[in-house]
Design a protein around this ligand. Sequence first.
Ligand code: ARG
Length: 459
Amino acid sequence: MKLWGGRFSKATSGLVDDFHSSISFDQRLYEQDIQGSIAHAVMLGEQGIIPEEDARAIVQGLKEILEDARAGKIEWHVDAEDIHMNVETLLTQRIGEAGKRLHTGRSRNDQVALDMHMYAREACQDTVHMLEDLVGALLDTAEKHLDTIMPGYTHMQKAQPITLAHHLMAYVQMFLRDREHFLQAGKAADIMPLGSGALAATTYPLNRERVASLLGFSRITLNSLDGVSDRDYLLDYMYAASLTMMHLSRFCEELILWNTNEFHFVEMDDAFSTGSSIMPQKKNPDVAELIRGKTGRVYGSLMGLLTTMKGLPLAYNKDMQEDKEGFFDCRDTVIKSLTVFTAMFRTLTFRTGDMLRGADGGFTNATDLADYLVRKGVAFRDAHRIVGELVAHCVKENKAILDLTLPELQAFHPSFDADVYDAISMQTCVQKRNIPGGPAPEAVKAAISQARAMLDSRA
Ligand code: ARG
């Protein structure tokens, strides 16, 4: 018989059991569910709501179930519907009458909310750690490439020279923002809903603060309807995860491009590439492609839950059981993607010679040449036109600006002097951009120490 079977005169249809049971996926909450129940039972005993010896028996029984569950020794049952009723049924089978007192002053609605708050809180911490690993790897590599010149792009056209360190530091900023988002989501999850009951709290004198402190929560929820029907903290995580996946996906897209024969800026390690079943020469960047691809399912989980929640009247509705599979998948996907990406990134070989050649060809110093004329007294608009004409000439002659002789340059404007070659070398172009946030090695060094300081400070 079902735990709630008292008012029913027929068994549930097998179709319904199969359809509404959540044990196939919420069994992953056993740890949270049992720890939550232990805290609840301890408090019930302390408050004299149930006899102390029953509380002790319940705690002991739950601890044993937890050990067995961790050892994979427990078989969860569909007819017990979900993790909450599976644990309670098992407890009563094992310890008898006392087990029936565990659910005093509690509903599955606040119980599942508690489990998900605990689970999400941990997911946030885990994801923050993964992001910190990734940022650490990026900073280590950036430090080695402060002087590695590469072309920077706009419209996928070569624009101005930057350094590899500067490019990597752009991603560091993104992932540091992601980390802040997950820390924020962690705060939203860090609130204890037990005591909300089914929707209207309870008549028992529960000590909610005590349960919160036993479970390491900083706050308790302040409205019982909201306590059981809030899923915002899951959405916070999923939004943060969507941003992280978007950032990873953009990075992967660049690495795939840089790994092509045409760019030849990086070489992916054999251990992180795969071959083709027909073309013997192939070495494909599948890992990066898969991360880019998995971004879609993470966005999907966010959209799915937003849509599930949008029409729900207060308070709990069974629709909300649909939060779990999407959330679990989202968490698993972002954590796996971060893990694999960081490992792949650490094994990349950067082809610095090709990067420099890429920066050299393509007139990335044209802006600096115009600025050179400005320093010689030419108005910027005129300098822009003169350099434009000069670039058109070079394109026709298939030359770089630095290939032109001084008399050739002077044919475009008499102010060109011998010092022009130094003024528009790739190194000068980068070094001159020495303001906070710029690509000059000194500026990037400062950005790296700021990033390290941020990693060390836990908000
Ligand atoms: N398995 C349910 C869920 O995940 C637990 C809460 C069920 N509550 C209820 N009144 N049916 O949402």
